[in-house]
Design a protein around this ligand. Structure first.
Ligand code: ASP
Ligand code: MG
Length: 471
């Protein structure tokens, strides 16, 4: 008997209609003889509202978090009332939702008294979204005849204490999965596990970062040796580009782990970038499917780049980034300036999305999120003040009106001329390319253009992708 892990995102549990589709999907898989593990996000919008409630609490806005609590109670209760007949299970679940929200308001009270919200407290507060949705989904499944139990992921998923982007502790997680989760599945229970959250070994609640329930799905799929991980979402699959930029965007029937990793890193919103990590080693395929179009096969993500003429498969873009350029004639042949610049960047808490250096070594540039750009500049100026005083470095410039465009496709590796084609398309379209980088995996090419050129660059490059994707 095979086990299938199914992760349902926020919109896929966000309304009674969505949850009833979920029930049909899980039931069909279950009835075909699989064991199913369900991993859920919070209902759509709930994570954002919990985080704003925490902010409201920190500034003493009591009404802010109390009204959030009211709205969340109504939404979860209404969902249960619509989907389930009256009775013991429904009443019990409604009272569980109520006590979770009572805990939530108590924490908010404490925050409002202290006037401070730490990352640890934010994780505790935001965890209630998934904890409520898991209980609702398990109760509804039960009422439809599927033996189901809600679990808080902290029971199994042990992480470090890096609150808000915690890292799993694999051995301990595997041990707990073997001890507590596998036996439940063996007994015929369909577990409904909270996505996004985990706990430290001492029990403090952590989260894996925004959008992290995809990653949770992958962690549980790997730890239970699932035959497949299905990411149920609100689009038909991984697309050739963002359909809001180019309406000709199509669903890709197949992409490799590596390609989807690049796509996620470079701005496609399909999957949390860490999702492939846990399933990759075990070769567990991922399927991205649409809860609202469940007969559609979606996108299969697996081991190999498919042997086809497809060179550029998909085009993505990232907005809200800044280009930092460090320049100076005194940098030529001086080791360590780039290294210390990146260290200064890390100290400012920023991660680097792309780097490039010209061979003349008179400047190099890199990209960070807009929100961190000024503090990165400041940190570089502090760490390298001696070089700046000596004029080895002339300037640290920040440009925030830029975007990264990325073309992805495993077929690029070893195919000469792809970069040439990409940049002649840009040149012929009158688009100025500010900086270029290609990963050594040769699975993607990224470059920077002015924000005002974004649409044009994506559409022109997407022409190349469409040449080879079946209609
Ligand atoms: N609920 C969390 C978020 O909105 C995690 C997720 O949905 O993946 O970020
Ligand atoms: Mg998501």
């Amino acid at each position: 008997m095979k086990t299938v892990t199914m992760k349902f995102g926020g919109t896929s549990v966000g309304s009674p209609e969505a949850i009833s589709n979920l029930v049909d999907i899980v039931k069909a898989e279950h009835d075909s003889g699989s064991r199913v593990i369900v991993v859920v996000s919070a209902m759509s919008g709930v994570t954002d509202s919990l985080l704003s409630a925490a902010k409201a609490a920190a500034v003493g806005n009591k009404w802010g978090y109390l009204s959030t609590s009211e709205k969340l109670r109504d939404r979860h209760e209404d969902t249960l009332n619509i989907l389930m007949p009256p009775g013991r299970v429904r009443e019990k679940t409604i009272s569980q939702i109520k006590s979770l929200l009572d805990e939530f308001t108590e924490i908010c009270h404490a925050v409002s008294i202290l006037g401070e919200e730490t990352p640890r407290i934010a994780d505790a507060i935001v965890s209630y979204g998934e904890r409520m949705s898991a209980r609702v989904v398990a109760a509804v499944l039960k009422s439809k005849g599927i033996e189901s139990t809600a679990f808080d992921a902290g029971d199994f998923l042990v992480t470090d204490d890096h609150f808000q982007s915690a890292i799993p502790v694999w051995e301990e997680t595997q041990r707990r999965v073997n001890e507590k989760l596998i036996p439940a599945i063996m007994q015929g229970i369909t577990p409904v596990i909270t996505g996004f959250i985990g706990a430290t070994s001492t029990g403090a609640i952590t989260t894996l970062g925004r959008g992290g329930s995809d990653y949770s799905g992958a962690i549980f799929a790997a730890a239970t040796d699932s035959a497949e991980l299905v990411i149920w979402t609100d689009v038909d699959g991984v697309m050739t580009t963002d359909p809001r930029i180019d309406r000709r965007a199509r669903v890709l029937p197949y992409v490799s782990y590596q390609e989807v990793g690049e796509l996620a890193f470079y701005g496609a919103k399909v999957l949390h970038p860490k999702t492939v990590q846990p399933v990759l080693d075990k070769g567990i395929p991922i399927r991205v499917r649409n809860t609202f179009n469940p007969t559609y096969a979606g996108t299969l993500i697996g081991e190999m780049g498919e042997p086809s003429a497809t060179i550029i498969k998909a085009v993505t873009s990232i907005r809200n980034i800044s280009l930092l350029t460090v320049s100076g004639k005194g940098m030529i042949g001086v080791p360590g300036i780039a290294g210390r610049t990146f260290l200064a960047t890390a100290n400012a808490g920023a991660s680097i999305l792309m780097i490039s250096q010209s061979s003349s070594e008179q400047s190099f540039c890199f990209l960070v999120a807009d929100a961190t750009a000024e503090s990165v500049k400041h940190s570089i100026e502090t760490h390298l003040h001696e070089e700046i005083a000596r004029r080895d470095i002339d300037r640290v410039d920040v440009r925030d009106d830029v975007v990264i465009i990325t073309a992805v496709g495993a077929g690029m590796a070893g195919t000469p001329g792809v970069a040439g084609r990409v940049f002649s398309v840009m040149g012929n379209s009158g688009i100025n390319v500010l900086s270029i980088a290609q990963g050594s995996s040769e699975c993607s090419i990224s470059f920077v253009v002015a924000e005002s050129d974004l649409e044009k660059a994506v559409i022109k490059l997407h022409d190349l992708a469409l040449e080879s994707v079946p209609n």
